[in-house]
Write a protein that binds this ligand. Structure first.
Ligand code: KG4
Ligand code: ZN
Length: 375
């Protein structure tokens, strides 16, 4: 029987292996769905932090080699921890973009090999869709439609999520991603990598009123971000400071305050755009926040306030599902599997892959939420 018809006839439970390798985490997870209950049977994440730390950022060549070295063991560990055998799998989902091409190819090729050997469908997942759906792993209140704030090391976007595969771009960065701004701020001051947690920790002992860093696009009515000027302002402030621990803390606190103000300002602009895009009027609204920067407590706290003011329910996945993981990739694959979707074995790895293809065509720079991205 052909794969697609077997897929449609498949009775519950459905068991999917997910693979994630688009940046600096090699991850695999097994998800099982039974009567709408989704259970995370395993979620293994092998970080490459040690490999990249000496360089103060992710080195693509090192990332690609590390994925190749780790991926077999990580997949094996996810299957073992789930207490299943490979033959119990109904489908294999892998991040097929966007991301660092070496890593994406590594994960996708493993998924293709498994799909071929086990004669099960391949599900080529957009990494951003994984982040968008990640709260659904644990959050009962998650529902479509919702307004998604995706803030990671590679992406900064505000997206209307209307259903599986139905996304509209509302705002996007025209230069750096927010996580990148945190990482660069930390690098300038020699705080280490990844910068987000280091900056957040130091900010707790600083005075946020010390520096008045720029809030680009403040006063405009669109919802795009521009963050590269912030990095330059931080570098200048550090250069002219006494470089003491207190000066660093004050810079971190002022930087984080600027970021919080920027996010609130952009969300306030995004909300009316999102409301206009809704196909039907909604009685309650949801703001979903995903991506590694969502771990930041100061940002979470301003999001709580803005949601209260705007009458939105705030949905943030637990920390381990905010950052890159394979459970979110398995989930996106599972949802596509249930709709009878699958991808051919000649599916390409895509370094650029916007969620809203239409927006990316009409506005190639900000369409992708990644600096200089063309598609
Ligand atoms: O989603 P993620 O794990 O990987 C990407 O897809 O990029 O996000 C990683 C980013 C890094 O830039 C890191 O500095 C940032 O998330 N990050 C934070 C915090 N924890 C991680 N940024 C601000 N505050 C944090 N506590
Ligand atoms: Zn990510």
């Amino acid at each position: 029987m052909a794969l697609a018809s077997r897929q449609r006839e498949k009775q519950e439970p459905i068991t999917i292996l997910g693979i994630e390798s688009s940046c600096d985490e090699t991850a695999a997870a097994v998800l099982r769905r039974d009567r709408q209950r989704t259970e995370i049977l395993s979620s293994i994440v092998a970080t490459q932090l040690r490999e990249h730390t000496p360089y103060g950022g992710i080195v693509p060549e090192i990332a690609a080699r590390a994925h190749t070295a780790k991926i077999d063991t990580v997949i094996r560990a996810a299957v073992d921890e789930a207490g299943i055998n490979y033959v119990d799998l109904d489908g294999v989902a892998a991040t097929s973009g966007p991301g660092l091409i070496g890593g994406v190819i590594t994960g996708l090729m493993c998924a293709k090999g498994l799909a071929l050997a086990l004669d099960i469908p391949l599900l080529a997942v957009n990494h951003l869709e994984g982040h968008a759906l990640s709260p659904r792993l644990t959050e009962k209140n998650y529902a479509f439609p919702n307004l998604l704030l995706l803030v990671s090391g590679g992406h900064t976007q505000l997206i209307g999520v209307h259903g599986l595969g139905d996304y509209t771009r509302i705002g996007s960065t025209v230069d750096d991603a927010l996580g990148e701004a945190f990482d660069k701020t930390a690098k300038v001051m020699g705080l280490g990598f990844p910068g987000g947690p280091k900056v957040e920790n130091l900010a707790a002992t600083g005075d946020a009123g010390t520096y008045d860093f720029p809030r680009p696009y403040s006063g405009t009515d669109h919802a795009n971000f521009s963050l590269s000027g912030l990095k330059t302002a931080v570098a200048r402030a550090f250069d002219s400071s006494d470089k003491s621990g207190q000066a660093k803390a004050d810079i971190c606190a002022s930087f984080q305050q600027a970021v919080c103000d920027i996010i609130v300002d952009r969300i306030k602009n995004a909300i009316p755009i999102y409301r206009k895009q809704l196909k039907e009027p909604e009685s309650s609204h949801r703001l979903v926040v995903a991506g590694g920067v969502a771990a930041n407590q100061a940002i979470r706290s301003v999001l709580v306030d803005v949601c209260e003011q705007q009458n939105f329910r705030l949905i943030v996945p637990p920390l381990k599902y905010c950052t890159d993981n394979a459970a979110m990739i398995a989930l996106a694959g599972l949802e596509r599997f249930e709709k009878g979707q699958s991808d051919p074995l000649n599916t390409r790895a895509r370094p650029r892959w916007p969620l809203d293809e239409q927006a990316a065509k009409s506005d190639p720079v900000s369409g992708c939420g990644k600096k200089g991205a063309k598609s």
